[in-house]
Design a protein around this ligand. Structure first.
Ligand SMILES: C[S@@+](CC[C@H](N)C(=O)[O-])C[C@H]1O[C@@H](n2cnc3c(N)ncnc32)[C@H](O)[C@@H]1O
Length: 410
């Protein structure tokens, strides 16, 4: 089962740039001391993202240390998650740029630009030649300054692109940009930061989400990545399902099929909709992580896309599916759980005695988030556990992998 779609690796020139920012900020200190400084900050950030979840404009966007630590540690992973998402938008979901004129992109909660700049790079690499205009919005002026500097310093990665930045708090209605419409609206790991402990904790989240459709052009897509945490992913998909009836001809495009919403957010399933992709960490990330032992070999994220395009038909709905569980390898069987095009949760199982050794390797290469077509002899979509007799019944439709060869380096 060869990968169906190869993404470019994270540009080494950006890795180098972030490390230079650290060296310039604290000139003369040893590499070890610099790494330790960054590590202390990463521990705080990791706790904030995963445990305490307390966000305000002082959270990390006001200090150089926290921005530079994020840049050296988290930036490449947010970039990669958006790279997967935009790859899916272009190569699977049928997102198209305008025929004439510039592609207009709005990045809400852009930070230093991991998602927005990843999008510029992916669009350029996919061969689209329209000019691209990116409007980046964040309440951290310092982050926006880093974004502008990075964009300017690496022009080769995103030729013929323009960016503008605006310092705004997303919690207040975005009247200033109300009348503009965009081809893509990105929210890269930022929507969840609008949730807080206050009484109306979901209000701002909902308000921003519900403001997206009126800012989308007819070909436009809003692409949202969120941390792979059960509550956050369920909330995202629940709220996306709630938007649809309010807007004529608006559809959910991802993570599932035929405009259908995430069934896992409505039931008590132990799974929730997110992707888990293997990545090779950057050497800077590995160095920082050495004593910390955080998970750096995977990128995990929840994904949603909404837009006015008619959802693309990818095949018979009982055959098309997205993997939502890890692959379970037992003594006699390998199994995995999917959501299919009818929004049913099903378990597929293969017997190991029916698989050659290389088949098993191919099978275990499947990842949570892969989209497959599974040909069963007959439509048995009412059953919940299915036997797949041989690997040829599984056909990858979208199985993105990060390119590992030399040619991807720039
Ligand atoms: C985890 S970072 C993600 C940044 C970037 N999108 C990325 O992909 O790396 C979340 C960003 O959302 C911004 N943010 C959080 N709450 C915000 C708000 N109420 N208004 C504007 N920006 C906000 C933060 O300043 C931060 O830059």
């Amino acid at each position: 089962m060869p990968p169906k779609f190869l993404l470019d690796t994270f540009p080494l020139s950006i890795e180098k740039w972030w490390w230079e920012q650290a060296c310039q900020q604290w000139p003369g200190i040893s590499e070890d001391k610099l790494l330790n400084l960054i590590r202390q900050e990463i521990v705080k950030q990791s706790d904030r993202f995963n445990k305490f979840r307390n966000f305000d404009c002082d959270a990390y966007g006001k200090r150089d240390l926290s921005i530079i630590a994020y840049g050296n540690f988290y930036f490449s992973r947010s970039w990669t998650a958006m790279n997967f998402a935009i790859g899916e938008a272009i190569h699977l979901r049928g997102w198209n740029p305008p025929k004439n004129g510039p592609i207009r992109i709005l990045d809400l909660g852009s930070g230093t630009g991991a998602s927005g700049l990843s999008c510029l790079h992916t669009i350029r690499k996919s061969g689209l030649s329209n000019q691209i205009q990116l409007e980046a919005i964040d309440y951290s002026g310092k982050s926006l300054a880093f974004l502008r500097k990075l964009h300017l310093s690496q022009k080769d990665l995103w030729p013929d692109t323009q960016i503008t930045t605006k310092r705004l708090d997303l919690k207040f209605p975005l009247d200033e940009i109300k009348r503009k419409k965009y081809d893509l609206i990105l929210l890269g790991f930022s929507l969840n930061e609008l949730l807080n402990e206050e009484e109306n904790e979901q209000e701002c989240f909902k308000q921003v989400l519900f403001s997206l459709p009126e800012r989308l052009k007819s070909n436009g897509l809003a692409v949202i990545t969120e941390p792979a945490q059960r509550g956050i992913c369920h909330l995202l998909h629940k709220k996306c399902a709630e938007i649809i009836p309010d807007f004529k001809d608006l559809f959910i495009h991802s993570p599932y099929f035929n405009g259908k919403s995430c069934p896992l957010s409505q039931t008590n399933s132990k799974f929730f909709s997110h992707e888990v992709r293997k990545i090779l960490p950057l050497s800077t990330v590995e160095k920082i992580n050495r004593p910390l032992n955080l998970e750096v070999r995977e990128v995990k994220f929840g994904l949603s896309m909404i837009g006015y395009l008619q959802p693309k038909i990818l095949g018979k709905s009982h055959e098309i599916c997205r993997i939502v569980s890890p692959l379970k390898k037992r003594k006699g069987t390998v199994s995995f759980v999917v959501i299919n095009g009818d929004s049913n949760e099903l378990t597929y199982e293969l017997q190991r005695r029916n698989l050659y050794k290389e088949d098993l390797v191919d099978l275990m290469d499947l990842e949570r988030g892969d989209i497959l077509k599974i040909n069963l002899a007959e439509d048995s979509s009412q059953e919940f556990r299915h036997r797949i007799q041989n690997l040829n019944q599984i056909q990858p439709i979208f199985m993105p992998r990060v390119r590992q060869d030399e040619s991807s380096k720039n």
